[in-house]
Design a protein around this ligand. Structure first.
Ligand SMILES: Cc1cc2nc3c(=O)[nH]c(=O)nc-3n(C[C@H](O)[C@H](O)[C@H](O)COP(=O)(O)OP(=O)(O)OC[C@H]3O[C@@H](n4cnc5c(N)ncnc54)[C@H](O)[C@@H]3O)c2cc1C
Ligand code: SF4
Length: 576
């Protein structure tokens, strides 16, 4: 990135402003820049430069003082929430938000783990890259079973945009022709291990409605020209991704959308700029800019633009919108419906089944595959719902051999003991459910009446709980997962309810939902505010339901589609 791309002060009236630089903001900026819009991306956090700032990349565990564990006192004091995330360790902590800087409250008796990555690139640095299209069944679910509002879009509206973003991103996976999980444009899939191949074959015979496939992830296994041109390379299967990958082999803002946007010459970035609120002009009924507070100096400044894309992540976006109050919108901009903040959702990952696998001692695998097994949702329409709950879940899992650590408590010494350490342990398998959360008005966020953060911005107050529906779903998943393992002949099957609060799946969606009716939704089917036409909300906050799959691929597709629509509206003169 050229030095002059970064700006601090500017009086320019940009063609477009994008708030946030994560997966969503990166896509908005790339598309806007490529369409010729002089674009300002505003990011609250520091600059993270591709390659240069991957400070722990390649660092082996024994070079960390606590072998990648974060010092307990530090974690307790500064990362009380972030440390709950499975990816948080001494090699990745620099990409997680410091909880002391980002306070929020939850209502009594409830918990919500808000995982944040407030820097250039956002959570695109840290994500696990599992990438699934939503299906027609996902878009129909709300209207069919009456929970939440009807999505104003259908699968056919997004299908060409999925294809468009996938060709750029690079998704590895296998073509399966499943009605509930549309295929993507794939690069070659990662290989299953020997017991996984057996498990997939066995399930085909025993439970044909539960196909076991390789997971789909945003890794280059056969880089295409569009990726090579950006300096991206083939994945080496090291699974070290969350420290940053200099090969650019997984999709992130840094590896993909930002360099593409920068190539146009239309991109400017204002880092360290915490957006406090949007500046609304009542006379024209347009957003004309944003008010920011400098991350370090706490000084205020303003930026101006003709259209604004909200991409600050589901809760970040809603916090800014709630805090953008005016005479016309006393409860937050574009909130004439009063729905802003409502219908918060996440995924429920609480059911885990593990088992031992006998045999396969002569089988092993090379590298650390960044993919897993996947069993797509089999309760994908009302006729297939379980009688105890609505909607459904998928399973993710893998079969692997335990490493030398299985010998940690074993007796022995000397050469023969050391030789034993060279042998991998026995095979085991885990299956974890990934369940849909019903849209529920009671799960919502608001601004705290008195508490503010260090930038003087009202803190978010979150009320979010699992319902009986999600709990029943997880109980059922334990039984189904165990039954599959049993049918495969696996032994020592164990069930575990993990008890994780909402937020920890890090798939938060909803709170500024789409809809056809301006009376009960914030944006239309093109992610455009019903109330303020030059305002677009394209991150997860615009979702009407969570679906079952990991959501980020859909954030990309709806964002690219929204930019295409916005550009046409600008050209037609309807947004000025
Ligand atoms: C460990 C982990 C694993 C995950 N695995 C997967 C997966 O396998 N598949 C999947 O689909 N998803 C996964 N996710 C979720 C995925 O990362 C997010 O859904 C996605 O990155 C969200 O993108 P976003 O751009 O909307 O938000 P973010 O990436 O959070 O970006 C928002 C940006 O906006 C900035 N911002 C926020 N507020 C302000 C403000 N007031 N002013 C200025 N800037 C602001 C932030 O600093 C940030 O850079 C995972 C997440 C984590 C952390
Ligand atoms: S697994 Fe692939 S994407 Fe991840 S760090 Fe290794 S090479 Fe990079």
């Amino acid at each position: 990135m050229k030095k002059e791309t970064y700006i601090e002060q500017s009086n320019e009236n940009f063609d477009a402003i994008v708030i946030g630089s994560g997966i969503t903001g990166g896509w908005a900026a790339k598309e806007l820049c490529e369409k010729g819009f002089k674009t300002l991306m505003i990011e609250r956090g520091r600059v993270v430069t591709h390659r240069k700032d991957y400070i722990t990349e390649g660092k082996p565990p024994w070079e960390y003082p606590n072998r990648t564990k974060v010092d307990r006192e530090l974690a307790e004091e500064q990362y009380k929430i972030q440390k709950q995330c499975y990816a948080f360790n001494d090699g990745t902590k620099q990409f997680f938000g410091n909880d002391k800087d980002y306070p929020y409250s939850t209502s009594e008796g409830t918990e919500f783990s808000w995982i944040r990555a407030n820097q250039l690139g956002g959570k695109s640095m840290l994500w696990h890259r599992q990438s699934y299209r939503m299906s027609e069944f996902d878009f129909l679910a709300n209207s069919r079973d009456g929970h939440g509002n009807d999505w104003p879009i259908r699968y056919k509206d997004l299908a060409p945009w999925y294809e468009y973003v996938e060709r750029f991103v690079g998704i590895s996976g296998s073509k399966e022709n499943l009605p509930q999980l549309p295929d993507s444009v794939f690069q070659p899939a990662f290989e299953m291990t020997a017991p996984e191949k057996y498990f997939a074959e066995k399930m085909k015979q025993e439970v044909p409605d539960k196909p076991v496939i390789i997971s789909r992830c945003a890794h280059l296994t056969e880089p295409q020209q569009v990726q090579v041109d950006l300096g991206r390379m083939r994945c080496m299967a090291r699974n070290e991704c969350q420290k940053g990958c200099s090969f650019g082999a997984y999709f992130s803002t840094q590896s993909a959308t930002l360099p593409a946007a920068a190539l146009t010459g239309n991109l400017h970035i204002a880092p360290n700029s915490v957006v406090e609120s949007l500046i609304y002009d009542e006379a024209t009924n347009r957003v004309k800019g944003v008010r920011v507070i400098d991350n370090d100096t706490l000084k205020e400044r303003e930026y101006f633009g003709k259209i604004v894309f909200m991409c600050a992540s589901t809760l970040g976006t809603t916090q800014i919108m709630l805090n953008s109050r005016s005479k016309r919108f006393p409860n937050g901009i574009a909130n004439s419906s009063g729905v802003l903040g409502q219908y918060l959702m996440d995924h429920n990952y609480n059911a885990l089944v593990t088992a031992n696998i006998d045999g396969y001692e002569d089988e092993y695998y090379v590298g650390r595959r960044p993919a897993s097994l996947y069993v797509p949702n089999f309760h994908y329409e009302p006729s297939k719902y379980h009688k105890a709950f609505k909607r459904g879940y998928a399973f993710a899992g893998s079969a692997s051999r335990s490493d030398w650590q299985y010998m940690a408590n074993a007796d022995g010494f000397g050469v023969s003991f050391k030789n034993m350490l060279h042998n991998p342990g026995s095979w085991g398998m885990g299956l974890q459910a990934q369940g849909e959360m019903l849209p529920n008005r009671d799960n919502q966020v608001s601004l705290h009446a008195t508490k503010k953060d260090k930038w003087g911005i009202p803190q978010l107050h979150i009320h979010c709980q699992w319902s009986d529906n999600e709990n029943a779903m997880m109980n059922s998943a334990l039984e189904v997962g165990s039954d599959m393992m049993k049918k495969a002949g696996f032994t020592n099957i164990k069930q575990q309810l993990l008890g994780q609060p909402p937020g920890l799946a890090i798939h938060e969606v909803g709170t500024a939902r789409m809809g056809r009716d301006p009376k009960n939704s914030i944006v239309n089917g093109y992610n455009q505010s019903h109330d303020v036409p030059n305002l677009f909300v394209t991150d997860g906050s615009s979702f009407c339901s969570s679906g079952v799959g990991n959501p980020s691929l859909t954030f990309m597709a709806i964002t690219a589609r929204a930019v295409d629509y916005a550009a046409k509206e600008v050209k037609a003169g309807r947004l000025s």
